[in-house]
Design a binder for this molecule. Structure first.
Ligand code: ASP
Length: 421
């Protein structure tokens, strides 16, 4: 059996166990709630999450350094970066436009009974100029310590470029980094082998704690988002891959099962970077020079799933408050949601912070977020799976357009697969 199949089986069992605990009211029993769900499941899930996060910074730093030195061409680097950025922004804007259209077809907030005791304190996403200035890692060690992805990306590329220009010392450093890269990819594989049990624990905990009542009250909102997420992942990306890269979308989606499951389990594109990066390079045949840049970059700035939530949530909250949004306000929503994604890292729940920025821009009460917060965790998990799918789709399209994708590896279902012993 492959690891992917095992993870998916454990995930389904986890959902089943969690839902059973929930539906049969077992959370009222303190042994179940404190020791099983809040104890064992929590600990196993968290240990795994930390193990994944442990890999992110060293992996991005080393593999992007190696990718830059392998490319050895600043002009090409600029071209790849430009293409990736433009595609990321276009897919995000497309995602949110689709979401708004669906929201207006379904009208989830019309006639919604607005609770009177709403509360939500909004944190603001950083303003764009700050994001721009902060691209420069004033202190690279601090950037790594705090996991500031954009700064790590800038530092790794600059260091990689200078290594290629530094003659013999540069060559020596490159060879050490290449060895380090192999070692760290081995560690990624080792951590991934623990995934089935961890995914079971993570999913079982979420489903045990989820407010089924909350979902049924907000079912129109909830399912509008789920529907838009599915359309984006299963229709929009496949069409883009077929038209722009002439790649088989079914093969793409089959190989996406592992990173999607990780993203679903962790609700964090950042924590999923090791798995996403491994998938594009070893399973889909993307050269490291492209993948090592576009995957961490995408985890930070490309959040199509999140922008779908923001589109539907904006319309939903506006309708619940009886606010009519004009066409230009909807344009602002698209623009703001796209821009807000640039400065915020892919961690659980960050989408709500971005949503607060969007709502403020169009004059919708931010407290409205209080209505949807109760169902956000499951949506967060699902949209994170779409976020990483978007990162991989764009990576494949860019790599293919530059002759940096090995189609034989992409088409071979067995490439890079991890077999379970
Ligand atoms: N959890 C999402 C991610 O990591 C961001 C969000 O939608 O809150 O990509």
């Amino acid at each position: 059996m492959t690891l992917t199949k095992k993870i998916i089986i454990y995930m389904i069992i986890g959902a089943f166990v969690g839902l059973s605990i929930n539906i049969f009211g077992l959370m009222d029993n303190s042994i179940v709630s404190d020791y099983l769900v809040g104890g064992l499941f929590y600990v196993v899930g968290k240990i795994f999450l930390y193990a994944l996060q442990m890999l992110v910074v060293p992996l991005v730093f080393v593999s992007l350094f190696c990718g830059t030195t392998a490319l050895n061409d600043p002009a090409m680097l600029g071209k790849l970066g430009g293409k990736t950025l433009v595609l990321y922004l276009i897919t995000t804007a497309l995602a949110i436009s689709i979401a708004i259209s669906f929201a207006y077809l379904i009208n989830p907030g019309v006639g919604f009974d607005l609770p009177t005791d709403l509360e939500f304190t909004a944190k603001q996403a950083p303003p764009f100029v700050e994001v721009l200035i902060n691209l420069v890692p004033k202190n690279p060690v601090e950037a790594m310590a705090s996991g500031n992805m954009l700064q790590i990306i800038v530092f790794s590329i600059l260091l990689g470029l200078s290594a290629t220009m530094a003659g013999e010392p540069g060559k020596r450093i490159i060879s050490i980094f290449e060895d380090f890269n192999v070692v760290i990819m081995k560690l990624v594989k080792m951590v991934m082998e623990l995934a089935p049990y961890a995914v079971f624990a993570l999913i079982a905990k979420v489903f045990a704690e989820i407010g089924v009542d909350a979902i049924s009250k907000l079912s129109q909102y909830f399912f509008t988002i789920i529907f838009a997420l599915f359309v984006h992942a299963l229709v929009v990306y496949p069409i883009m891959l077929t038209i722009f890269a002439k790649l088989n979308p079914i093969k793409f989606l089959m190989k996406m099962r592992t990173p999607m499951t990780f993203a679903f389990g962790t609700a964090s594109s950042n924590a999923t970077i090791p798995v996403t990066l491994r998938t594009v390079t070893e399973r889909m045949g993307v050269e490291k020079s492209v993948g090592s840049f576009s995957i961490p970059f995408g985890a930070t700035i490309n959040m199509d799933g999140t922008s779908i939530m923001q589109g539907v949530a904006t319309v939903f909250i506006a309708q619940a408050y009886g606010i009519d949004l004009s066409l230009s306000q909807l344009g602002t929503v698209v623009l703001m949601a796209t821009m807000a994604s640039i400065g915020t890292a892919g961690v659980p729940g960050v989408g709500l912070i971005m949503l607060a920025t969007v709502l403020t821009q169009v004059g919708i009460p931010v407290e409205g977020i209080g209505i949807i917060i109760g169902v956000d965790r499951l949506l967060d998990m699902t949209r994170t799976a779409v976020n990483v799918t978007g990162d991989c789709a764009v990576t494949c399209i860019v790599a293919k357009s530059e002759g940096k994708l090995d189609v034989d590896v992409f088409n071979n279902p067995d490439s890079g697969v991890i077999e379970e012993k």
